[in-house]
Design a protein around this ligand. Structure first.
Ligand code: PLP
Ligand code: COI
Length: 351
């Protein structure tokens, strides 16, 4: 692949912390025009020029993905479930009438970019290289229709924990006013507008002392859907329960990994409608013993507090992760970093 070299490389940080704040020297860019993709190239990470009439700025035809690469003390560089992210990106593109590149070509480009940037991958526990592929429309006209020009870009960000408190539990607010998505909309896809629509509720929740909101379904506001950047699991009456994918929930890759890991350990997982009343009743009676979220950025995030108007429920032991969340975090990060065997074939090694 064509590589345009940086004149000067950046200084790599000694210690990596925080999420998505620093970026590596290079990025990958591939452009679509006249009905076809160009060859794609690796270029210095830099500003991208857009005309003020670029369609992405007006109508939001844009999608993204998030995945991670790990480098362990043996020097192995390991990508987690990258093909699944590109497959999901294709479904997101399709929902917004955008063309997508071949998944294996996207993976090949990513592997080449990561190989070039491998020294940027942090090795300390809890760190990784967060990978952000994204694609956007770039037509120079104001008509509302599927654009004819697109850019597919991959940027890399050495990152620590998504939440500032790391694996420590977070607090969620049950969101009764705003909705994130409804059936027939774009909730099941990783399209940029979903995130714009969710910011207001998230800001209010943060002002009220919560980390994120727990979204309910868009029509009845009766059933649990997911969290701002995570899918959600409950341990209720000794059973692991998670909302079934219903067309408005993002089909999380970590969610799928967790379901598979639990099933492989002999733990039954119920994927079904989960009413919010069942959750608050369980919190009151003590039948609800654990809540945790799953997502690429957050990995496994225990939840110890659930707010609902004036009520605040403490779930499990305040300040500590529950037993199942702890086990899953250990198993998942073990596979990701190479401490445990990759029995599901989730890892792509970049050697
Ligand atoms: N739900 C939403 C809205 C998200 O943004 C994410 C993060 O990607 C997830 C769930 C979890 O998905 P994944 O496990 O694929 O990262
Ligand atoms: C991810 O987990 O990769 C996400 O995309 C979440 C987010 C930062 C929007």
């Amino acid at each position: 692949m064509k590589i345009i070299k940086c004149e000067k490389l950046k200084r790599k940080p000694q210690v990596v912390s925080g999420f998505g704040k620093i970026f590596t020297d290079y990025m990958y860019v591939r452009e679509y025009a006249d009905g076809k993709w160009d060859e794609g190239k690796i270029v210095p990470f830099d500003a991208m020029a857009l005309l003020p009439c670029s369609s992405i700025l007006h109508y939001g035809q844009g999608v993204f993905e998030g995945l991670k690469a790990y480098r362990n003390e043996r020097g192995e560089v390991r990508l987690f479930r990258a093909v699944d992210n590109f497959k999901r990106m294709r479904t997101s593109c399709d929902r917004l009438c955008m063309p997508f590149v071949d998944e294996s070509e996207a993976l090949g480009a990513l592997e080449e970019l990561i190989d070039l940037e491998r020294e940027w991958i942090p090795t300390e526990i809890g760190t990784s290289l967060y990978i952000r592929p994204f694609m956007f429309a770039d037509d120079d006209s104001l008509g509302v229709h599927a654009a004819k020009k697109y850019k597919f870009v991959i940027i890399l960000s050495p990152s620590g924990a998504y939440y500032s408190h790391g694996f420590a539990p977070v607090a969620l607010k049950i969101e009764r006013e705003y909705v994130r998505a409804c059936k027939g909309g774009t909730g099941a896809y990783k399209v940029i507008g979903n995130y714009a629509a969710s910011i207001k509720a998230g800001e209010i929740a943060q002002r009220e002392g919560y980390d994120q909101v727990l979204w309910l379904d868009g029509s009845e506001r009766k059933y649990v859907e997911e969290v701002g950047a995570m899918n959600i699991f409950f341990v209720l009456g000794g059973k692991v329960v998670t909302p079934a994918l219903n067309g408005s929930i993002l089909p999380g890759i970590t969610r799928d990994s967790v379901v598979k890991l639990l099933k492989a350990s002999g733990v039954t997982v119920e994927e079904r409608l989960v009413s919010i009343d069942e959750i608050t009743d369980g919190a009151k009676s003590g039948a609800l013993t654990e809540i945790f979220g799953t997502g690429t950025a957050a990995v496994i995030s225990p939840v110890d507090r659930l707010g609902d108007g004036s009520a605040d429920y403490i779930v499990g032991k305040r300040g500590s992760a529950g037993e199942i969340a702890g086990m899953l975090f250990d198993r998942l990060t073990g596979i990701q970093t190479g401490r445990l065997s990759d029995d599901f074939g989730w890892i792509t090694r970049i050697d």
